[in-house]
Design a binder for this molecule. Sequence first.
Ligand SMILES: Nc1ncnc2c1ncn2[C@@H]1O[C@H](COP(=O)(O)OP(=O)(O)OP(=O)(O)O)[C@@H](O)[C@H]1O
Ligand SMILES: [Mg+2]
Length: 317
Amino acid sequence: MSEQCEHLKDRCAELERQLRESEKKSLYYQKIAQQTGDVRLRETEMLSRLVEKHKRTEEDLRKANKELSDKHIQLIQTAKLASLGELSAGVAHELNQPLMVIRSVSQIMLRKFEKLSSEQIREQLTNIERNTKRMMNIINHLRTFSRQTPSERTAVDLSRIIEDAFLMIGEQMRLRNIHVEKIFEPNLSACYGNSNQLEQVFLNMIANAKDAIIEKMTYTNDFTGRLEIITRTSPDYQNVIEILFKDNGIGISQKYRNKLFDPFFTTKEVGKGTGLGLSISYGIIKDHHGSIDVMETSSDGTTFRIMLPFKNGKIQK
Ligand SMILES: Nc1ncnc2c1ncn2[C@@H]1O[C@H](COP(=O)(O)OP(=O)(O)OP(=O)(O)O)[C@@H](O)[C@H]1O
Ligand SMILES: [Mg+2]
């Protein structure tokens, strides 16, 4: 699919070149017609053919652009579904936890029903209600997330989106004893974006950090995995929000640094990673007029930085 996108991008560029060319020619003929006052020249077949061709090329370009954006949406969706496959084990754990609470509370109530005061019954039922609500939240969220992403944008709260991502991946982090610290700037400005796509990016950043930490765990004793997620107003750029993902995993080898964002680049074993995560994330963030880069990496871990502009507009450097 990403090859098809590349092909379509080339086609759009070629059509744009042809349009510029025909615009130049048409201007040239018009100029000559004006200079020579030759009315016939203005109506020459050549000129009308050019206008026709120009119109056709414009139409082709419009179609190719539409096809490109459809393919792009499909590509994002495919990668999202692949990541959902991987996440499903974690989501099952996430759902299992409240389910266990509900089960044990119900068992206690059944066993001791006569002995419980109405206050105690109310307390246990509240507990059940709270846990069913938690399960509903996860299921509803999963439904919204897996839907084909509509491309509309709204003012979004990035910290909220990160919290939503943890509805699906939180349990996997807990199971591995990875400490997650979220340092969110209070009253951070909203950014104008697509929450579903941004969540897909954040999920990949968290999953990558988790994998890098797990890999380090395999050969380091007494090691506690840590992931820090920081949202803040950029200290360096105007009207920009930064999101930092700081892990203490294995780090990224120098030889891979400029391949990370290539489609299908992965160091993970077959079946574990498709290598699309960062390349899709790069596309989504670029589409949001932002940027994504490795801020630092060493054997102590890696920090990825995502920058997004406040509401509309480009990043002002
Ligand atoms: N936080 C990180 N620490 C160390 N290496 C990383 C980190 N993030 C990404 N990488 C490296 O970049 C590669 C590409 O990441 P990317 O997210 O694109 O694909 P993937 O995680 O391998 O597979 P997928 O995301 O499709 O499941 C990874 O295989 C890994 O080698
Ligand atoms: Mg990944």
